[in-house]
Ligand binder design. Sequence first.
Ligand SMILES: [Zn+2]
Length: 176
Amino acid sequence: MEPPVMTSREITVPAWTFGALRDELANISDKHSSTTLLQKVGYRSGISASTVFKEGLNSAVLETMQSTFWTHLCGFFSCRGWGTLVVDSDHPGLGFLTSDDWAEAMTAEVDRNANCCFSTGFISGLLSEIAGSPVAVLEAKCRARGDRACEFAFGSEQVVRNLYGQLLMDADPTAT
Ligand SMILES: [Zn+2]
């Protein structure tokens, strides 16, 4: 018998899958390894999702029509149940996607170390594949750790790394 062909087919699973994944991974690995693993799986999933994302979008939209592109991106996530995204792309080299109802942030209790690591990887994989060059993503704020909304910053690796350094400084001004 022939194996099933790999396609960009999508399926729907409960959003709580993320919580179950986090819990089970926590039983077999440390926090850093779990986060890295979820980010990597998210990244690969995001690359795969780009095929479906690009359907119905012509290359002119991808290259020139920024507002149409962002509307398409927000619709792509909201109609799949991820949540409502608000885009802020006014800063040179750095953009923000903010959501106050993001699915991965669903949690039974606030955890100061939580973040939407699968989504961070997913958005990075999706945007990198569409852009044709690496797009780094960092979740600067997260509802799962008590922030008002999840806030995903995206840009070049260097810009996002600088932002990460700034966030660390803000969290602990005595750190050097
Ligand atoms: Zn989050």
